[in-house]
Design a protein around this ligand. Structure first.
Ligand SMILES: [Zn+2]
Length: 146
């Protein structure tokens, strides 16, 4: 995983609020770790956090660090962003399929660092962490893995 340059402008986008369901994930981001719930019964990885395994309905989930490596499953190019996102348009919102198995686990994030014209399905990706100064928070993006 890589750590991207911290945001330099005032952060004007919404930040998530910690709650019982997402706190392990958001605290992991601050440590530059990407954690997802993993089912102890069937082994599936899940995204986004949910109280039960989406495959077998077990509630035996553990927050598990993953490699942050993925392949581009799908993406869209946003040409008209809303509010604080407008100044970044055009930008890419990507679905990355984590390399961890047994079943596909898709994580959605903005893909940065590569012009949208050079993006293609199947491209190797990795998670990049972006610290948000003054907010004691860290966000994440997809970046193309070299
Ligand atoms: Zn399960």
């Amino acid at each position: 995983m890589v750590v991207l340059e911290p945001e330099t402008a005032v952060h004007s986008k919404p930040l998530p609020e910690l709650n019982g369901l997402n706190a392990p994930f958001l605290e992991g981001l601050r440590r530059h770790e990407f954690l997802v719930p993993r089912c102890r019964d069937c082994g599936d990885y899940h995204w986004v956090p949910y109280p039960a395994c989406r495959t077998c309905l077990s509630d035996a989930l553990n927050w598990t660090p993953v490699s942050g490596h993925a392949h581009l499953y799908s993406y869209t190019v946003v040409h008209r962003g809303l509010g604080a996102f407008a100044e970044e348009a055009p930008y890419v919102v990507a679905m990355g399929e984590l390399v961890e198995q047994p079943r596909p686990c898709i994580v959605i994030a903005q893909l940065v660092g590569t012009p949208w014209q050079n993006i293609h399905i199947g491209q190797p990706l990795q998670i990049g962490f972006v610290d948000v100064p003054g907010a004691n928070a860290t966000s994440y993006r997809w970046v193309v893995r070299e």
